[in-house]
Ligand binder design. Structure first.
Ligand code: PMP
Length: 483
C-alpha cells in the first residue's frame, strides 16, 4: 500500500494541493495556468518513472579514490603521502591547541568568555539566548564580522588602510568559486590565467561556473621547468608580459599546490613589477599562509608587495582549512582590494548577492573560532607559535627524506639532484617521479602519492616512517630504471 502511495500520482492529489488562485497576486488562475502547473492529468494512475535513470556515474576524484584504497590497505606500514591534510609526528590528525581553547572559551557557560565574545560581536537582549550562551542565528550576508576583520588583518597587516570588500565563504574553495563568478559578471572580456600546473580544483571550480564554461580549463602561464623542478621565472614573466592589459592572473600566495615551488622575494618583486606594468589583476589563492616559512608575515610577502607598489585591484581567496586545521569547519573569505571606498561598497553588495545565490550564508562555528584566535592577542601569538612548529616539522621531514635518498645514492628519473625537493616548501613537492614509479610504490610498498603528477605530500611523513619511504622510493626507481 505504501509503495502504491509513493509511486502513483493521481489527478485528485495534484488538484487538492494546487491553490485556486495565485497566492502572490491574488489573480484567478486561467485554464492555461492550470495546465502549466501540470494539474490536467488524465484520471489513470501514472506509474512514477525513474526520471534520473539516464544519469551517468562518474568516477571519484583520484585523490578520493586513493583515500579509499589507503583505508582498505591492510599493510601496517602503509603511508599516506597523497592527502593534503597536516598530521603530527605520530601520523595523527592535529587539532591546534589554540583552536581547542577558543572553542572551549566560546562555548563555556561562565560569564568571562562571554564578555570577550560580547566585545567582538555586541549582542542585544534579543540576540542573547536565555542561557546567555552563543546564539545560532544567521550571521548576516557577509558572515561573522569580527572574523572578517581578523582575516583582513592577517593578509594585509594591522591598520592597512585599504578599501577592501570582504565576504566570509565556505572555505577557500567557495572563495575561488565566488571570485570566478565575480570575474564572469563584471570583467567578462578578461581571461583568467592559472599557473601550469595549479591545484586541479581551480580548473574544476571554473568549469562549474556558467553552463557554457563546463569542461573548460583555465588558460595557463608557464610556471615551473618540468625538467629541473624549479621556477621558470623567465618563461613566467615572458608569458605574463605578453598578456592583454587587465587580464586576471591566478597566483598561489605560498606553498604552491601541487609543486611546492614558490618564487623567492627577489623573484616575487620581478613578478609584481610585471603585474603593475601590464595592469594585470592579481587573483591570489592564500591557502597556506604561515605554514610554509612558519611566519604569516613572510608568507604574505607577494601580497604586501603588490599593495606597496600600488596595484589598484587585488582579489584574494583565503582559506583557514590548513593554517588553523579547520578543514571540516569550512572557514574562508574572499577579499577584493578596491581603489575607493565607493567601489568597495558596490563590490561588497555584489559579493553578498553572489554568495546568497549559491549557499545563502556561510557557517558560523568555525568562523567564530578563527575570528576569536585572530582578535585575541594572546591566542593569536600562541597560534602563530603552533604554526611555526607545524611548518618546522614539515621542513624537518622534507630534509630527512632528501638526506636518506642522497645517502642511498638513489638515482632521480630526471637526472636532477634530490636536494631540489629541499628548495621547495610547504606541504607538497613535485617529485618528478613518473606514474609507473608511483603505482609501484603503492602496489609493492603501500606508499601512496598522487600517481598522475608525482606529487608528494609531506604531511604523512615522520621520523618513524621516513627511512621506509626512502627505501621504497629507492627500490621503485631502480626497478623502473632497471638499474
Ligand atoms: N587553494 C589551494 C591551492 C588548495 O590547495 C586548497 C586546499 N586543498 C584550497 C584552495 C581550498 O581548500 P578548502 O576549500 O578546504 O579551504
Amino acid at each position: 500500500m505504501s509503495d502504491q502511495l509513493t509511486t502513483v500520482v493521481t489527478k485528485k492529489k495534484i488538484a487538492m494541493s494546487a491553490p485556486k488562485d495565485d497566492s502572490l497576486t491574488g489573480r484567478k488562475r486561467s485554464r492555461k495556468d492550470r495546465i502549466d502547473i501540470g494539474d490536467e492529468f488524465d484520471d489513470e494512475s501514472t506509474p512514477a518513472q525513474d526520471v534520473l535513470e539516464h544519469v551517468a556515474e562518474i568516477p571519484d576524484d583520484v585523490i578520493l579514490r586513493q583515500m579509499r584504497l589507503f583505508r582498505d590497505d591492510a599493510n601496517p606500514k602503509k603511508v599516506d603521502l597523497g592527502v593534503g591534510a597536516y598530521k603530527d609526528d605520530e601520523g595523527r590528525s592535529l587539532v591546534f591547541g589554540t583552536v581547542r581553547k577558543a572553542e572551549v572559551l566560546l562555548t563555556a557557560s561562565h560569564a568571562g568568555p562571554m564578555r570577550i565574545y560580547d566585545e567582538l560581536q555586541p549582542r542585544t537582549e534579543a540576540t542573547r539566548p536565555k542561557d546567555g550562551l552563543l546564539d545560532k542565528d544567521y550571521p548576516g550576508m557577509r558572515g561573522v564580522g569580527f572574523f572578517l576583520s581578523g582575516a583582513q588583518t592577517l593578509l594585509f597587516g594591522e591598520d592597512h588602510g585599504l578599501h577592501v570588500a570582504s565576504v566570509q565563504t565556505v572555505a577557500g574553495s567557495a572563495a575561488c568559486r565566488i571570485a570566478f563568478e565575480l570575474f564572469l559578471r563584471f570583467l567578462p572580456d578578461m581571461k583568467i590565467f592559472a599557473p601550469n600546473p595549479t591545484w586541479g580544483n581551480h580548473h574544476y571550480l571554473w568549469s562549474e561556473t556558467y553552463a557554457y564554461h563546463r569542461g573548460a580549463k583555465l588558460p595557463e602561464y608557464q610556471y615551473i621547468n618540468p625538467d629541473t623542478l624549479t621556477l621558470d621565472l623567465e618563461g613566467m614573466t615572458q608569458n605574463l608580459t605578453g598578456l592583454r592589459r587587465g587580464s586576471i592572473v591566478l597566483f598561489h600566495l605560498c606553498g604552491h599546490n601541487p609543486t611546492g615551488v614558490d618564487p623567492n622575494k627577489a623573484q616575487w618583486d620581478a613578478i609584481a613589477d610585471v603585474v603593475k606594468e601590464r595592469s594585470l589583476v592579481p587573483f591570489i589563492d592564500a591557502a597556506y599562509q604561515g605554514l610554509v616559512s612558519g611566519s604569516t608575515e613572510d608568507d604574505a610577502y607577494f601580497l604586501r608587495k603588490l599593495v606597496e607598489i600600488g596595484v589598484p585591484t587585488i582579489v584574494v581567496a583565503q582559506s583557514f582549512s590548513k593554517n588553523m586545521g579547520l578543514y571540516g569547519e569550512r572557514v574562508g573569505a574572499l577579499h577584493v582590494v578596491c581603489e575607493s571606498e565607493e567601489t568597495a561598497r558596490k563590490v561588497t553588495s555584489q559579493l553578498k548577492m553572489l554568495t546568497r545565490g549559491i549557499y545563502s550564508m556561510p557557517p558560523i562555528h568555525g568562523a567564530r573560532i578563527a575570528g576569536y584566535i585572530l582578535s585575541d592577542p594572546t591566542l593569536r601569538m600562541a597560534w602563530e607559535e603552533e604554526l611555526r612548529a607545524a611548518s618546522l616539522r614539515l621542513w624537518k621531514v622534507r630534509s630527512l627524506l632528501v638526506a636518506e635518498l642522497v645517502s642511498m645514492g638513489t638515482p632521480h628519473p630526471l637526472g636532477v639532484d634530490w636536494s631540489v625537493l629541499a628548495s621547495h616548501g610547504g606541504m607538497f613537492s613535485y617529485t618528478g617521479l613518473p606514474a609507473e614509479v608511483c603505482y609501484d610504490l603503492r602496489e609493492e610498498h603501500s606508499v601512496y602519492m598522487v600517481p598522475a603528477t608525482g606529487r608528494l605530500c609531506f604531511c604523512g611523513l615522520n621520523e618513524g616512517n621516513v627511512v621506509y619511504v626512502a627505501e621504497a622510493i629507492d627500490k621503485a626507481v631502480r626497478r623502473h630504471m632497471e638499474i
